[in-house]
Design a protein around this ligand. Structure first.
Ligand code: GTP
Ligand code: MG
Length: 301
């Protein structure tokens, strides 16, 4: 059991670039994941469909190594379907099995059990040939905080066996859960990595709520989001806030949104803080609906 007070031991050095931080419990979780990997047949890696690349933990890459892997683009209901398709094609090209899923609403039980058995068919046959009739398949579920690992597991067993909430750091210890007569899943705490390779990665993680708002400034997050929305989803800006970003500076755009939403201080000035919070809540609660924050780079496609 990992004893920790969430984010209490957080080390944050807010230099410009790159960002360094690392809550103590994540180091412990990483070591526990590493230890458990020996007894695991398959790793299911959950990524957030809205930021597939930035929600990929490079630390886990090294730990998982050559183990068979299934990639799940989770929260597909919050992402842009066309973009999710592009990402799936990208993983397919790299010979990694991947699926886009909505663990919160979709019935995924049959699909996932079938996929696990198919991916481990050779292993099952080998065990059978050696006279082992009932080989239990062990599958580890890994991913960054708040990506939906516990929700995914609950959806497979159709019961609330793993605690899940909309904030990072809910699962604190490793927990084996039987999902089928001969398949067990290991729920793990979300793990990030100590040094983000760029500010862009940290901003995207903060936008979807995987790291808390202390790590990246709210204003920076909102400016980034508004720029992305005006470049790729101008209709959503128009329908939610009744603004078009044409020729406006970031500050002017926030000011206009504040006025349109009637976030005005007693002094008559726009309430920027309230506007930032409102926009961030919209993003995290999917009120803009189906926005992908990270597109496949042209060189990767
Ligand atoms: N819309 C939507 N919400 C999801 C989906 N999967 C999970 N969620 C929500 O995301 C939040 C986080 O889910 P958890 O299952 O606790 O995430 P976790 O990866 O186990 O988080 P930690 O244990 O903190 O690492 C919860 O509010 C879930 O309801 C999904 O596919 N779609
Ligand atoms: Mg969890």
């Amino acid at each position: 059991m990992i004893q920790c007070n969430r984010f209490k031991k957080e080390v944050m050095k807010m230099n410009n670039n790159p960002i360094q931080w690392y809550p103590g419990h994540m180091q412990k979780a990483k070591v526990q994941i590493q230890d458990s990997l020996k007894m695991v047949d398959l790793v299911i890696e959950l990524k957030d469909a809205r930021i597939p690349k930035s929600s990929t933990n490079p630390l886990l890459e090294g730990i998982i190594g050559q183990k068979p892997r299934l990639i799940i683009l989770n929260k597909k209901d919050m992402a842009d379907d066309a973009r999710s398709e592009e990402w799936l094609k990208y993983y397919e090209k790299a010979n990694t099995k991947s699926l886009a899923i909505d663990s919160a609403h979709q019935n995924i039980q049959g699909l996932i059990i079938k996929e696990i058995k198919e991916m481990l068919k050779a292993k099952l046959e080998k065990a059978k040939a050696r006279g082992i009739r009932k080989k239990v398949l062990r599958v580890m579920v890994v991913g960054i905080p708040n990506v939906g690992k516990s929700t995914f597991i609950n959806a497979i067993v159709k019961k609330r066996v793993a605690k899940s909430e909309n904030r990072p750091g809910v699962t604190k210890s490793l927990q084996w859960i039987k999902i089928h007569e001969d398949v067990e899943l290991l729920d793990t705490p979300g793990v990030l990595w100590p040094k983000f390779e760029s500010r862009d990665v940290a901003v995207k993680l903060a936008l979807i709520g995987s790291i808390n708002d202390k790590v990246v400034d709210k204003k920076e997050l909102v400016f980034y989001a508004l720029r992305h929305l005006s470049a790729h989803y101008p209709d959503k800006l128009k329908s939610r806030y009744d603004v078009s970003a044409n020729d406006l500076s970031d500050e002017e755009l926030v000011d206009l949104i504040a006025k349109n939403m009637n976030f005005i201080k007693k002094s008559g000035l726009s309430d920027e803080e309230k506007t930032y919070d409102f926009i961030l809540a919209d993003i995290r609660n999917n009120r803009l609906s189906n926005v992908t924050w990270e597109f496949l780079d042209e060189q990767d496609a």
